[in-house]
Design a binder for this molecule. Structure first.
Ligand code: SF4
Ligand code: SF4
Length: 77
């Protein structure tokens, strides 16, 4: 993993049910940047939010049951 790289985390608000599994896995295996927000998703759960520098490990993508979270490298950073 190249820590000099920059990553953008996008959460699909229509698909995300707000289970916060991504927050848990980011906290325990990732870069500890996904947090609970004070907002609700379209499906009524708690919307996660990315705060800080994502390390691009993609554990959140692998664990999200609804394919609602996407991590992409920012090429022009
Ligand atoms: S794991 Fe997926 S569905 Fe659950 S809160 Fe995260 S993005 Fe939303
Ligand atoms: S890719 Fe890793 S560091 Fe970035 S949000 Fe997902 S779990 Fe957290």
């Amino acid at each position: 993993m190249d820590t000099a790289k920059k990553f953008r985390v996008t959460i699909d608000e229509e698909q995300c049910k707000g289970c916060l599994l991504c927050v848990h896995v980011c906290e325990n295996r990732g870069g500890k940047i996904l947090k609970e927000s004070d907002k609700k998703t379209a499906l009524g759960g708690v919307k996660p939010v990315a705060e800080g520098d994502c390390i691009g490990c993609r554990w959140c993508e692998r664990y999200c049951p609804d394919f609602a979270i996407n991590v992409e490298e920012i090429k022009d950073a």
